[in-house]
Design a protein around this ligand. Structure first.
Ligand code: LLP
Length: 425
């Protein structure tokens, strides 16, 4: 059940009225329900019970607040990272280095050194150039880098073009037909221990077929490489599990686990998964305030205090996020279609078109749902609006896990050079 539901005519999150949070913390504000996050990671872990336990590395890019990463670490998850910054976050949140995997196509020397120093579980290497760079740096430090090669399986994930990553024209991974060659190189390189195969074909994938196609290819390659003498022991099958924002099907943990068991039967292998969105998307809403109700050009606009600066997914991917009034509409209340828009000076700042809502008034609150993943992490300071706070709710209590950042704090580190009459410092 969603932790966000109406009780006594008001929307509550895990027992806390959202209006109370708005009154205390202000808007816009992200509200995350810990119960949903725990439920989701437990469902994945539970689905694989009875066999060797896979390592679930939470893809921290989906929501990298330290409290969220800590919650998943407490639930037995590791971290999937894509930058030195994300590794630093995972460490700050208490994730053990031995449970951190690190992907990304642009790892810098500094980041590679940091990851080696940290002693992470695995580098997910995306090119020959990167492999050579890691080898050189590791050898220079007298270390050996544990490496999985990220292979591009050339599989269409059947999701939005902008979040498909496993087709051969995408920038990710090592081309399928070069894998053997690059593994042979990895075996010869000092400073590299090639121990795994990695892939990730995209995000918000709602059917099992694309996973099946990609995983089959991965398993075939894994077996072939082992037969050829590469001592592989780990398969990192990425993330990408879709969630219903509107009426899409969910990738159910049980069905997914059955698929993986079927495909990896008899293979003595450690499994790693990198779920992000599926663990957090439905756990979050954005609590926002109505500023105006405006009519123009034959349309009705509900103007909120949060828009594409707080949630860019509708503008960027045409994504759907439901908008719920915090005060429950009366059964006889008239609902009228309106465009829900934000405060930003761009026509792309539309959160939803033709949404059926009661005639709200300035000061009323709404909740934008499905905002726990790729929300706050993709927010910007565009138009110098105060950034949204973040709040975690659990069993009737709540805590601010990131306060609002007022504009003065956003520009606090900017400097005016002396030739413009500034202090230059
Ligand atoms: N592993 C790798 C290597 C990834 O690149 C990603 C996501 C994940 C795991 C986690 O995927 P998930 O389970 O969350 O689907 N900003 C977009 C999504 C971009 C996903 C990027 N990579 C959105 O808002 O839809």
């Amino acid at each position: 059940m969603s932790p966000f539901h109406y009780a006594h005519e008001a929307l509550v999150a895990d027992g806390v009225p959202l209006a109370d949070i708005a009154a205390e913390v202000g808007t816009p504000c992200y509200v995350y329900a810990a119960s949903t996050m725990r439920e989701r990671i437990r469902a994945f872990r539970q689905a694989f019970r009875g066999g060797p336990e896979p390592l679930f590395c939470y893809a921290v890019k989906a929501n990298s607040n330290l409290a969220v990463i800590r919650l998943f670490a407490q639930e037995g998850a590791g971290a999937d990272t894509v930058s030195g910054g994300e590794i630093a976050r995972a460490l700050a949140a208490g994730v053990a280095p031995s449970r951190i995997v690190y992907a990304g196509i642009a790892k810098t020397d500094e980041e590679i050194r940091f990851a080696l120093q940290t002693g992470i579980l695995q580098f997910n290497v995306e090119s020959t150039q990167e492999l050579l760079r890691i080898a050189e740096i590791a050898a220079g430090m007298g270390k050996t880098a544990p490496v999985a090669l990220r292979i591009n399986p050339d599989v269409a994930a059947g999701t939005h073009d902008k979040i498909s990553t496993g087709r051969k024209h995408d920038k990710f991974g090592i081309p399928w037909d070069e894998a053997g060659e690059v593994f042979a190189l990895a075996q010869r390189l000092e400073g590299i221990e090639p121990l795994g195969l990695h892939l990730h074909i995209g995000s918000q994938i709602t059917r099992l077929e694309p996973f099946e196609a990609a995983y089959r290819r991965a398993v075939d390659l894994f077996v072939a490489l082992r037969t050829a003498g590469v001592p592989l022991r780990r398969l990192d099958l990425g993330g990408g599990f879709g969630v219903p924002y509107k009426d899409e099907p969910r990738v159910e943990a049980e069905a997914f686990a059955d698929l993986v068991r079927r495909l990896t039967r008899g293979l003595d292998v450690e499994l790693v998964f990198e779920p992000g969105r599926s663990l957090v998307a439905e756990a979050g809403v954005i609590l926002s305030q109505v500023i105006y109700l405006k009519e123009a050009g034959g349309r009705r606009f509900l103007v909120l205090d949060s828009g594409m600066n707080v949630l860019i997914r509708p503008a960027m991917y045409g994504a759907y996020h439901a908008v719920l009034p915090v005060r429950e509409p009366r059964p006889d209340e008239e609902l009228v279609p309106m465009d829900v828009v934000g405060p930003i000076c761009e026509s792309s700042d539309v959160l939803g078109r033709d949404r059926l809502l009661p005639l709200l008034r300035p000061g009323d609150l709404v909740a934008i749902t499905g905002a726990g993943a790729y929300g706050s992490v993709m927010a910007s300071h565009y138009n110098s609006r105060p950034s949204a706070a973040e709040v975690l709710v659990e069993r009737g209590r709540f805590a601010v896990i990131k306060p609002h950042l007022p504009p003065e704090r956003q520009f606090a580190d900017e400097r005016i050079p002396d030739w413009l009459g500034g202090s230059g410092k």
